[in-house]
Design a protein around this ligand. Structure first.
Ligand code: NAP
Length: 334
């Protein structure tokens, strides 16, 4: 059995990746921060073995590697919210940025660095104010917020360790990917949940910071397959993973309301400029040609379908939440 260690296993991508690897007969280990998280992981992904650790603590990473003896390590752990990275910039740099360096050092010091492959969760946000579009593996990074600056550090140190120590370490530069498991603070979940609640009469409007930014949105379960494919290649290289198509937040809102059967949606959306970030990027669009040609990977789920999946899941979840207690718990509908 191949053994894989996932940091960030409790997050959106971590849970999908764990399921993906388990279906391929991997033995899956997940880094968790604390006993509650370990307990929740056992309930949610009973096949995965929780290991206590933190990307801020090198010794805990060394212990997790020693206990799991993996041949594949997926570093998905991060302070992954752009807004939160403004509020806690130093912590974002330490966990999202230096955390990757700690993991690389833990692998290097394990004595098994020639047997271990590492995946680093890099991000399209690193392109920031890129002057060319679409962005590909050769596009220079121009980050504009603390999260992206930290991700650039992590990406570059992966490249540096790959060159200097010959470690098999890849950077997957993933554009936005969403699902019903997206955290509720992210704009797509905020929309799908808000629309579901409006549809069910639980709230009367949706408040957003802007409708104008455009992103390249894909469906998360497909993106974890791309991570795995990168790790199966002969050479460690970086890949852009994207749909190649952008939509605005307005498009997302409209598609969500239409899916919920509410065509006259504009009076139900309030814009609060106070929710806008200090800097925001107008558009990010990826060029997934290398992933298509070399990994045989392409995004399959269309934008409207993705929005529909998220709205349906939130409708089911909100209905379950408001129904009598016997009808079930919080995660129903995913
Ligand atoms: P997510 O749902 O926010 O999950 C983040 C994970 O990081 C959680 O499991 C969290 O654990 C863990 N974490 C936070 N602080 C940690 C620490 N100090 N030590 C160890 N783990 C820690 O993120 P996601 O959407 O799954 O994304 C996965 C990765 O891909 C992240 O690195 C993200 O930045 C990157 N990425 C995501 C996208 C996207 O569109 N989703 C695009 C490009 C790159 P707790 O549950 O304990 O908080």
């Amino acid at each position: 059995m191949t053994r894989a260690l996932i940091t960030g296993i409790t997050g959106q991508d971590g849970s999908y990746l764990a399921e993906f690897l388990h279906a391929r007969d991997y033995e899956v280990f997940g880094l968790v921060r604390g006993d509650d998280a370990a307990e929740q992981l056992r309930e949610r992904l009973p096949f995965a073995e929780p290991l206590r650790g933190d990307l801020g603590d090198l010794a805990s990473l060394e212990t997790a590697l020693a206990e799991s003896q993996p041949t594949e390590v997926y570093n998905l752990g991060a302070y992954s919210s752009v807004s939160r990275s403004w509020e806690q910039a130093e912590r974002a740099a330490d966990i999202t940025g230096v955390g990757a360096l700690r993991l690389l050092d833990a692998v290097r010091r394990s004595g098994r660095s020639d047997e271990i492959r590492i995946y680093q969760a890099s991000s399209s946000e690193m392109y920031g104010e890129a002057t060319t579009s679409p962005q590909d593996e050769a596009t220079p990074f121009a980050p504009v917020h603390p999260y992206a600056v930290a991700k650039v550090f992590a990406h570059q140190i992966v490249l540096t360790y790959r060159r200097a120590y010959g470690i098999f370490a890849v950077g997957g530069i993933l554009f936005n990917h969403e699902s019903p498991r997206r955290g509720p603070d992210f704009v797509t979940r905020k929309i799908s949940r808000g629309v579901a609640r409006v549809r069910l009469g639980l709230q009367d409007h949706l408040t957003l910071g802007t409708l104008e930014v455009r992103r390249d949105w894909g469906y998360a379960p497909e993106y974890v397959e791309a991570m795995w494919l990168m790790m199966q290649q002969e050479e460690a290289e970086d890949y852009v993973i994207a749909t190649g198509v952008t939509h605005s937040v307005r498009d997302f809102v409209e598609a969500a309301f239409l899916h919920a059967g509410i065509p006259d949606w504009e009076p139900l959306v309030e814009i609060d400029p106070g929710l806008q970030r200090p800097t925001d990027i107008a558009e990010l669009r990826g060029n997934p040609a290398k992933a298509r040609d070399r990994l045989g990977w392409t995004a399959a789920t269309a934008f409207e379908e993705l929005v529909g999946i998220m709205v349906d899941a939130d409708l089911a979840r909100e209905q379950a939440r408001t129904a009598p207690a016997t009808t079930g718990g919080e995660r129903r509908g995913e």
